[in-house]
Write a protein that binds this ligand. Structure first.
Ligand code: SF4
Length: 68
C-alpha cells in the first residue's frame, strides 16, 4: 500500500505524527510527512497505524492506496 498526503488540504494539525510517529514525521512546515511512502505487504503494524492516521486526520488529507 502507499501513503499519500495531499498538501493542498493538509493544515498541519499534527495528529498524524503525534499519534502514528512510527509512520509519520513532522516536516519543516509543521505538516506531516510519511516516513516511507510505500509500506510492504507484511508490515501489518505500519499498515494499521497508517489507516488509523488517515481516519483521524481532521482534513482528510491522508490517502491510503491499496495494492492491486
Ligand atoms: S493530521 Fe492531517 S492535517 Fe494534520 S499534519 Fe497530518 S496530514 Fe496534515
Amino acid at each position: 500500500m502507499k501513503i499519500v498526503i495531499d498538501y493542498e488540504v493538509c493544515e498541519a494539525h499534527g495528529r498524524c505524527f503525534e499519534n502514528a510517529f512510527e509512520v509519520f514525521d513532522e516536516g519543516p512546515d509543521g505538516k506531516g510527512v510519511a516516513k516511507t511512502a510505500v509500506v510492504s505487504d507484511d508490515d501489518f503494524d505500519i499498515q494499521r497505524a497508517a489507516r488509523s492516521a488517515a481516519m483521524m486526520c481532521p482534513m482528510g488529507a491522508i490517502s491510503i492506496i491499496e495494492d492491486e
